[in-house]
Write a protein that binds this ligand. Structure first.
Ligand SMILES: Nc1ncnc2c1ncn2[C@@H]1O[C@H](COP(=O)(O)OP(=O)(O)OP(=O)(O)O)[C@@H](O)[C@H]1O
Length: 213
């Protein structure tokens, strides 16, 4: 499987945030996107997820097999909201996402155990703390088996132990045939990863480098 960004440009309200962005991520690879507030990290992730149209170029998936006819069909997007509906219990919310996205992954009980919240299933989502809601959003990644994770500030609100567990989940997704793109201001230990600094993208080319943490 290969995720390709090919000459991608992102424009918001007439302002070009990045342009001529090309890179390839193979199965198992990860990309960390950095840059100051407003540099276009979320915009890039939304374009890759198919939620926003690029101003130029395209994001596409190759060699993913017939089960994933498009990049969007293979992608799980974790945005800055948690996509948890008020008035629903944690269980109802995870059941909805598991059904809606198809391709069931872990059971809800197992997913809640992986984010160390095994007993909150019957609680309404608004009864959870900010960090707990983020952990439920991470559980949402687990109840559906999609190979590409697009994560916007995924560790926002997480305590140190939860960040470490999430880093392990990312590593697992990569080991089991996934590709992960993370936009973050924070250092995440993801082992070998590609780096993209959108601040430097305002200069011509050459800002993509590889690093190991
Ligand atoms: N829904 C929107 N409509 C119009 N402009 C938007 C919208 N969302 C973001 N923008 C603009 O696009 C630019 C890039 O925003 P984006 O959210 O992609 O940046 P970011 O790098 O993710 O920022 P942050 O670090 O603050 O999350 C900003 O100038 C922002 O004002």
């Amino acid at each position: 499987m290969r995720l390709i960004l090919d000459g991608l440009a992102g424009v918001r309200t007439g302002r070009t945030l990045f342009s001529d962005l090309s890179l390839v991520l193979e199965t198992g690879e990860a990309l960390l996107v950095t840059g100051p507030n407003g540099s276009g990290k979320s915009t890039l992730l939304r374009i890759v997820a198919g939620l926003l149209a690029p101003a130029a170029g395209e994001a596409r998936l190759e060699n993913a097999g017939p089960e994933f006819p498009s990049l969007g069909s293979a992608s799980h997007f974790l945005g800055d909201g948690n996509a948890l509906k008020s008035g629903q219990t944690v269980m109802q919310s995870l059941e909805f996402w598991s059904r809606f996205q198809g391709r069931p992954g872990l059971s809800i009980d197992d997913a809640l155990a992986r984010v160390q919240l095994p007993t909150v299933g019957e609680l309404p989502v608004e009864a959870l703390s900010k960090g707990m809601r983020r952990r439920i959003a991470i559980a949402r990644l687990l109840v559906t088996d999609l190979p590409i994770w697009l994560l916007d500030e995924p560790t926002s609100g997480l305590d140190t132990a939860a960040v470490a567990r999430f880093e392990e989940l990312i590593a697992e997704r990569r080991r089991t045939g996934g590709i992960v793109i993370v936009a973050s201001h924070h250092d995440l230990r993801m082992g070998s990863m590609k780096m993209l600094d959108l601040d430097q993208r305002m200069e011509p080319a050459g800002s993509l480098e590889e690093q190991t943490t």
